[in-house]
Design a protein around this ligand. Structure first.
Ligand SMILES: [Zn+2]
Length: 181
């Protein structure tokens, strides 16, 4: 951030009085522009025992597989965001259920919240942000081609829980990007 979104003046980076972290501070209008983590909402859509995966048409990780997920918008709930992303990326309607994983991605300044979900009518397609969309049996999941550690974590916990007939909420933290990622 170089210029103030409020007044256009050049911003300084310093610790404001009474604060403990450096912030972007505007000496024109005195606004302090805080930077906070962004929320990513997504789901693991299941249909007939198989999981819907999307192959990404956009960076980062173009060509790699993920479950539908994306940035939450103002004015929507986590569940609405997860359902919307699924419709955008996989042209699929889902019933969002309970949360499966909350992943702190510290290096990306993001928190990922992934829900269990069921495909409403089994239909899906290829959204504009996807190269390909497909239903996968657990044994066929392309693990080396899963786009993000948070998604791999979520899928592994999902299948473990499913095998044991339970539904837990799992937490983890990634502090730095994966090698090559
Ligand atoms: Zn300003």
């Amino acid at each position: 951030m170089n210029f103030c979104p409020s007044c256009g003046a050049k911003l300084a980076r310093r610790i404001p009085e009474g604060d403990h972290l450096p912030r972007f501070v505007c000496d024109g209008c005195q606004t302090i522009h805080y930077e906070n983590p962004k929320l990513i909402a997504g789901c693991v859509p299941e249909s007939g025992g198989r999981i819907l995966l999307c192959r990404r048409a956009i960076e980062p990780r173009r060509g790699y597989w993920t479950v539908p997920a994306g940035f939450m918008e103002n004015g929507e709930t986590l569940q609405q965001a997860a359902a919307r992303e699924c419709h955008e990326e996989a042209l699929a309607r889902v019933g969002i259920e309970d949360p499966c994983a909350i992943v702190h991605v510290l290096h990306a300044h993001q928190v990922h919240v992934l829900f269990r979900a069921t495909l409403a009518d089994g239909s899906f397609g290829v959204g504009v942000e996807s190269l390909e969309v497909a239903l996968y049996d657990e044994r066929d999941i392309p693990w080396p081609e899963i786009a993000f550690p948070s998604i791999e974590f979520t899928l592994r916990r999902y299948f473990e829980d499913r095998a044991r007939g339970r539904r837990e909420l799992h937490f983890t933290t990634f502090e730095r990007p994966p090698r090559g990622g």
